[in-house]
Structures are given as structure tokens and as C-alpha cells.
Design a protein around this ligand. Structure first.
Ligand code: GAR
Length: 188
């Protein structure tokens, strides 16, 4: 079993989907040691509790600086024997402390066809630019924002009557297939 940690900042539906895939036996070699969140009230916390795993709620503001925050995160990761980190809607750049320890072993999913539309509101950017298709990308994490080596992408159409919410639903539906497939392939 490969020990992984999942980081999330928001609704946590990708996290929830990964846990469901594990429960169904579709990701047999993954052992999720804990959910890590930087947000004290994010819905992902309840999802972590629902799945009965440890939830580390570590708000960066309570540390002296980013390095101190990441050193604490790193301590937890090491204590749990974590080998891979899966970012699932974790809205923070990974700094050098975590990169030094885990670069090459951190995956992220981003709701655009990278290198297009990096950063926040990727879905709104694609919609406002009049794109006819968009999608989601899984990539390795480096020091940049959504810049690491691309592993896999999946596309979906944008329809003329789409809203941000309808497009987000379509992208999430494909993420729930894409991310487990990549995790199964890459994390061994
Ligand atoms: C996902 O769509 C993911 O691609 C995106 O946040 C969403 C999290 O949803 N990630 C990024 O934008 C990273 N730059 P979730 O919390 O429901 O899984």
C-alpha cells in the first residue's frame, strides 16, 4: 500500500470521489493517511470525518510564515509515512519546504486545458474568452502556479447557454473519472 495525503481547501468533492473509489476497491494500492486543509470551515472537513480519516486543519495564518506552516505540514506527513501528496482543490502554492521533500510526488488537478487559464477562476476565464471547449488537467506540481509537467487531460464542450455553474458541473464530472485513473496509473 502506498501512503498518500490529500490536500483540499473547499468543497472536497474530488477528495470524496477518491475515497469512494477506494471504498469500492477501484484504487486498491492507495492508503489515505489523512486529509489536510488550510481552511477552518471548509465543507471538505465534514467529508473527511464522514470517511473516518484524520483531518488536519492547519490554517497558515496561525504560523509565523509560510516556511513554518509547511514545516508543520511536513512533520505530519513524515509522521504518517506519506509518500505521495494529492492536491484536490488546494488553493495555495506549494513552497520550497514541501517541494524539497516531495517534488515529483505531488499531483494536482486544475479545471482547464493547461497551459491555458492557469490560476484562479479558470472556468470563468474559458467561458468569458468564448472558448468552445475546455476541460481538466492533471499535472505534477512545481514551484509555479499550475505550471508543472502535464500528465493527462480530458476535454469537454462549452455550450452557448452555459453558466459558470453548469460548466463547473461538467468539468467536475470528468475530473471524477480522470483523477482516479491517473492516480491508479502514477502512484504505485
Ligand atoms: C476542482 O475543480 C479542481 O480542479 C480545482 O478546484 C476544484 C475543487 O473542487 N482546482 C484548482 O482550481 C487548482 N488550481 P472540489 O473541492 O469539489 O474537489
Amino acid at each position: 500500500m502506498v501512503k498518500v495525503a490529500i490536500f483540499a481547501s473547499g468543497s472536497g468533492t474530488n477528495f470524496d470521489n477518491i475515497m469512494q473509489r477506494i471504498a469500492k476497491g477501484e484504487l486498491q494500492n492507495i492508503d489515505v493517511t489523512a486529509l489536510y486543509t488550510d481552511q477552518t470551515t471548509a465543507p471538505c472537513i465534514q467529508l473527511g470525518q464522514k470517511h473516518g480519516i484524520t483531518v488536519h486543519i492547519l490554517p497558515p495564518k496561525t504560523y509565523a510564515n509560510k516556511q513554518a506552516y509547511e514545516e508543520d505540514v511536513l512533520n505530519h506527513l513524515k509522521n504518517e509515512g506519506v509518500e505521495w501528496v494529492i492536491l484536490a482543490g488546494y488553493m495555495r502554492l506549494i513552497g520550497h519546504t514541501l517541494l524539497e521533500a516531495y517534488e515529483g510526488h505531488i499531483l494536482n488537478i486544475h479545471p482547464s486545458l493547461l497551459p491555458k487559464y492557469k490560476g484562479i477562476d479558470a472556468i470563468g476565464q474559458a467561458l468569458n474568452n468564448g472558448e468552445q471547449e475546455t476541460g481538466s488537467t492533471v499535472h505534477y506540481v512545481d514551484a509555479g502556479m499550475d505550471t508543472g509537467q502535464i500528465i493527462a487531460q480530458r476535454t469537454c464542450p462549452i455550450y452557448p447557454n452555459d453558466t459558470k455553474s453548469s460548466l463547473e458541473d461538467r468539468i467536475k464530472a470528468l475530473e471524477y473519472e480522470l483523477y482516479p485513473e491517473v492516480i491508479k496509473e502514477i502512484i504505485r
